[in-house]
Design a protein. Structure first.
Length: 278
């Protein structure tokens, strides 16, 4: 048994030991893999709980629901109003903590109501390398991180997902839409929808790994550098500009460094990171 398979077995053993779980399920690569394994090990003692909120695109909700339906997995939709969470709209450096604390608190309450032993979430060991204040909420609420406990990396999760024929094995990384805002810029329902529509257009045009960061009324597009020429082709460039304008953006820019995760964290000082470190 190679190391990846050993970690996979450790994951299965860890989930079996929990007995029953509520899986915080977003439909992304990590949570889909975790949910599938939990369902395989625990059967109907694994329940998916998916947030329904303004920072979670409708397309992601549909994909999450379709996956559960296809595999016969019980799913609960958890209404979440993070915009009503105190401090969230102001978008401070610990925004992710505020959101996760509120959402995971709701999931823990639902798990308790259903007599489930634990709440599990899909962070992996690679998540330790970035600024992630939301992990503080995970620790405070006693939420379990089985993928991290098993020592699984993102790449290993993708490879195992491919072996299991999961549709998300090569799905682009995704983060909630609030992560598109610079810290300190107010988050509003209108701007969340602007970002969702802009990213939806780029997905329709075939750009898989990308982000649309919002700076006031400026859209800053992050793409893989290899995709720059395709965006800058005359017809595509004009279409993107015109559509983004119709969504409410005044200016549209291409980030010359290209796509990278957590680019909004580049503005944080060392003190911000220390004060809000996960």
């Amino acid at each position: 048994m190679d190391l990846r398979q050993e970690k996979y077995q450790a994951l299965r053993d860890g989930l079996a030991a929990l007995g029953s779980v509520a899986v915080a399920f977003s439909g992304g690569v990590d949570s889909t893999f975790l949910l599938w394994v939990a369902h395989d090990v625990l059967e109907d003692r694994a329940v998916a709980i998916t947030a329904s909120s303004g920072s979670f695109p409708e397309r992601e909700r549909r994909e999450a629901a379709d996956f559960c339906t296809e595999h016969g997995i019980s799913q609960v939709i958890c209404p979440s109003s993070e915009l009503d969470t105190e401090g969230f709209r102001q978008n401070p450096p610990n925004r992710c903590y505020l959101c996760k604390r509120a959402l995971l608190g709701q999931i823990c309450a639902l798990a308790q109501e259903r007599g489930l032993n634990a709440v599990v979430e899909g962070s992996n060991v690679d998540d330790d390398g970035d600024y992630r204040p939301g992990m503080q909420a995970v620790r405070e609420l006693g939420v379990v991180s089985p993928l991290r406990q098993a020592g699984l990396t993102k790449q290993e999760i993708r490879l195992l997902s491919k072996e299991l024929d999961l549709p998300t094995w090569d799905k682009p990384s995704f983060a909630c839409l609030a992560s598109r805002f610079p810290y300190g810029e107010a988050i509003t329902e209108e701007k969340l929808r602007m970002v969702e529509r802009a990213e939806g257009l780029l997905l329709e045009l075939g750009f898989r790994q990308m982000r649309v960061r919002i700076h006031g009324k400026i859209a800053r597009i992050e793409l893989l550098p290899k995709d720059f020429p395709r965006l800058l082709a005359e017809d595509t460039r004009r279409l993107v500009y015109d559509r983004f304008k119709s969504y409410g953006f005044t200016y549209v820019a291409l980030d010359l460094l290209g796509y990278r995760t957590g680019s909004m964290n580049e503005t944080l000082s060392a003190e911000d990171r220390r004060n809000n470190d996960a």
